[in-house]
Design a protein around this ligand. Structure first.
Ligand SMILES: NC(=O)c1ccc[n+]([C@@H]2O[C@H](COP(=O)([O-])OP(=O)(O)OC[C@H]3O[C@@H](n4cnc5c(N)ncnc54)[C@H](O)[C@@H]3O)[C@@H](O)[C@H]2O)c1
Length: 270
């Protein structure tokens, strides 16, 4: 597919990967609409791109549905929906120690937000015989984010829902992609949006967006910005016990003396 002549809505579009995707899709000739919870960052991104933006909490189904209707009325049909909003929920102590509100928020942002979008958009997309649903999951959805059980579990669920969408509707004109990046220098990891990375394993959001857009143009189901993730996933499937042992060794390296997870530094240890 080509972005030229298409309209893409990007959630989490105010920052990081979502914002970089908005720039890259625009550069390739597509139109974008941004959704985010953060009004200041959203306005800044929308003004920089001269594109429409809507403040929206994607975990509120009624709010998300009314945004979709407003976008369709004001700007026309939505060709592609990218669920990019994401949150970390680091385990305070042990793997079950994040409270229920943290688990619910991770589930709502990473899984239900995409279910709500698909529920609202699929009838029209199926009528039109075309549409593209994209979820920015994570390598943690195939492997694991050490120190963030809620993130890992809900990103696995995000990958699973993408599989269900593709199996149910992939031959009805609906394209589906799930993006599983490893480390990208974004505000989520404590970097500026425009941080330029020259470190191994850490992509800038701009470079990640280029790779993701290449995968979307090819309509790949699974888009990996870090090809080594395919090797790790294969190793995990073939040697689950060895994989757990290796992850335990990695866990030991990832905490500093006070037991704090160095989230922005993790790429250096992989
Ligand atoms: N940065 C990485 O290394 C990395 C790696 C793998 C996957 N991801 C995933 O990529 C996606 C984008 O991450 P990022 O690093 O750009 O993060 P980011 O924090 O830079 O941007 C995420 C955006 O999502 C928005 N958001 C959060 N909750 C929301 C809600 N309820 N409604 C609307 N907007 C909401 C935030 O306001 C923010 O602007 C996330 O799903 C993340 O899990 C990131």
């Amino acid at each position: 597919m080509e972005f030229k002549g298409t309209r893409t809505v990007i959630t989490g579009g105010a920052n990081g990967i979502g914002r970089a995707l908005a720039f890259e899709i625009t550069r390739r000739g597509g139109k974008v609409v941004l959704l985010d919870l953060n009004p200041q960052a959203l306005k800044a991104a929308g003004e920089q791109l001269s594109c429409p933006w809507y403040v929206c909490d994607v975990t509120e189904e009624a709010h998300l549905t009314s945004c979709v209707l407003e976008i369709q009325q004001e700007h026309g049909p939505i060709d592609m929906w990218i669920s990019g909003a994401g949150v970390l929920s680091p385990d305070p102590t042990h793997a079950a120690s994040a409270n229920n509100d943290m688990w619910t928020r991770a589930w709502d942002v990473h899984v239900m937000a995409h279910v709500y979008a698909a529920r609202c958009l699929l009838p029209t997309m199926l009528d039109r015989g075309r549409g593209y649903l994209v979820n920015i999951a994570s390598a943690a959805g195939l492997l694991c984010q050490i120190g963030d059980a809620a993130y890992s579990a809900t990103k696995h669920a995000a990958v699973s829902f993408a599989q269900s969408l593709a199996i149910s509707h992939g031959d009805q004109g609906i394209s589906v992609s799930v993006v599983c990046p490893q480390y990208v220098s974004t505000p989520l990891l404590g970097y500026d949006n425009d941080h330029v990375s020259d470190e191994t394993g850490l992509l800038s959001s701009k470079d990640a967006a280029i790779l993701i857009c290449d995968g979307l143009e090819q309509q790949d189901f699974l888009i990996l910005t870090h090809p080594e993730v395919a090797d790790y996933t294969q190793f995990k499937a073939q040697n689950p016990e060895k994989w757990i042992k290796g992850m335990q060794r990695l866990r030991d390296k990832q905490y500093d003396e006070d037991g704090i997870l160095k989230i922005g530094q993790l790429h250096r240890l992989v």
